[in-house]
Design a binder for this molecule. Structure first.
Ligand SMILES: *Cc1c(COP(=O)(O)O)cnc(C)c1O
Length: 451
């Protein structure tokens, strides 16, 4: 009985998969924040390197992974695919449950899959420093790791609630040579504006993005890097699904259900896109793709599919996506990496077209699932990833009712070894479930620009 399905280093894919050309009609383009005209490469070149801008709009199905990037990938890739037999036994399900384990990267999540190529392309184009935002600290630490490897500097605007809740990630960033600031800061105009209105704000990804973009746009040697949402980020993460596909093929299996948690959508993109492409081409018509999000930040399940800003200040291009409104500040929650008002335009389009679907859960039931996982499979997982586990458990329990032996594949986006204070809150009954009222959402919707 095989527990881990492993690949050789030579089997690390040599190309990322770009899903854009496989859509029956093109995606709605990003629009300039002021003129509302489609943005071109020149609009983006103030904050992104040309190679990433090309990838963002590429019509090619496959894009070469540079050798230097693949060499660094070898530190943790190929990542293992696990058969969760103990979880299956616990659930008494006929389903076969597999999870792709991305917690093996040095930063502990899937995020270095994109931070490494992003730092690489910026370094190649002569950029000395990258500015970015981080929620739970996963992205900031992943970018700090990557910039360190290419001898670059890194400034991280960290959402204040996480900065205080999760000091260890700040320390990781500092160890990897980055400068980490609690956002909103007083060092940018966007930060100062927010602090004037609400001095006690817990911060949000939207605010931190405004600060990092402003930093990059006002310094010549500095670019901006985003850890999710954008097409090139989703592209880099497809290495997860490409490997998982190979691993399942070694067992002569194809997944019936694929699940990932959704913050900005990149790890969900990573595990699903290679299969979503097949689905759109009619090769896997029945594969069920499920994005799982927190009820406290229900972007795909309760948001509007429309053009909106990616940040609070309205500095980013307008993206056609599911959004809770760029002014919506999600309540503090333990899965800090899922606190984002918007979503990847590609993931949004897949959900809008019905190629993928979304569900949401409260944090207590999500932590229950993580506790079951820790007791059965052993790994202590990130609160974000626990959403995917909860989704997988529910599908497996459904299989117990129907007797179907489905093959369930989910992405385990990261380990939870630095989230023990959240587990402490869970174990001691201090977790609260927050319901977002429709009144609050309607107010945020009213501030979405009318395009
Ligand atoms: C950042 C993060 C997420 C959410 O981001 P996506 O872009 O939606 O993948 C999920 N899990 C972990 C462990 C993370 O660090």
């Amino acid at each position: 009985m095989q527990t881990k399905i492993l690949l050789e280093e030579e089997e690390i894919p040599k190309k990322w998969y770009n899903i854009l050309p496989d859509f029956p009609t093109p995606l709605d383009p990003p629009l300039h924040p002021v003129t509302h005209k489609p943005v071109g490469p020149d609009d983006l070149s103030a904050i992104f390197p040309m190679e990433l801008i090309k990838q963002e709009m590429s019509p090619q199905n496959y894009i070469d992974i540079p050798d230097e990037v693949r060499e660094i990938y070898k530190l943790w890739r190929p990542s293992p695919l696990y058969r969760a037999r103990r979880l299956e036994n616990y659930l008494k399900t006929p389903a076969k449950i597999f999870y792709k384990w991305e917690g093996v990267s040095p930063a502990g999540s899937h995020k270095p899959n994109t931070s490494v190529p992003q730092a690489y392309y910026n370094m190649k184009e002569g950029i000395k420093r990258l500015a970015t935002e981080t929620g739970a600290g996963q992205w900031g630490s992943a970018l700090a790791l990557a910039t360190q490897m290419f001898g670059m500097e890194c400034t991280v605007y960290m959402v204040r609630s996480s900065y205080t809740q999760k000091p260890y990630r700040r320390m990781m960033m500092e160890l990897w040579g980055a400068k980490c600031l609690p956002s909103p800061t007083t060092t940018t105009n966007s930060g100062r504006n927010v602090l004037e209105e609400s001095p006690d704000t817990p911060g949000s990804l939207g605010i931190a993005i405004s600060e990092a973009v402003e930093d990059a746009a006002t310094h010549n040697d500095t670019n901006y890097a985003l850890g999710s949402v954008l097409n090139h980020v989703c592209l880099h993460q497809t290495i997860i699904g490409l490997e998982a596909k190979l691993q399942l093929e070694k067992l002569d299996l194809k997944p019936d259900t694929i699940i990932g948690c959704v913050g900005g959508g990149s790890n969900f993109a990573g595990i699903t896109f290679p299969f979503a492409g097949e689905k759109m081409k009619g090769k896997m018509p029945d594969v069920d793709l499920i994005g799982v999000e927190p009820s406290a930040c229900p972007t795909l399940t309760r948001g509007l599919y429309t053009y909106d800003f990616g940040d609070v200040a309205g500095l980013t291009p307008l993206l056609k996506m599911y959004t809770l409104g760029h002014s919506f500040i999600p309540p503090s929650l333990h899965a800090g990496g899922l606190r984002y008002h918007g979503d990847s335009p590609i993931v949004s389009r897949l959900v809008h077209d019905g190629t993928a679907r979304a569900v949401s859960y409260n944090q207590t039931e999500v932590f229950d699932a993580a506790a079951i996982f820790a007791k059965t499979e052993g790994f202590i997982i990130a609160p974000e990833s626990s959403h995917a586990v909860k989704g997988a458990i529910d599908v497996a329990l459904e299989c117990r009712k129907t007797g179907e032996a489905k093959t369930i594949l989910f992405n385990m986006s990261g380990h939870g070894n630095l989230d023990m204070s959240s587990y402490d809150d869970y174990l001691n009954g201090r977790l609260e479930d927050v319901e977002i009222s429709q009144v609050l959402l309607d107010e945020a919707y009213s501030k979405i620009p009318k395009i």
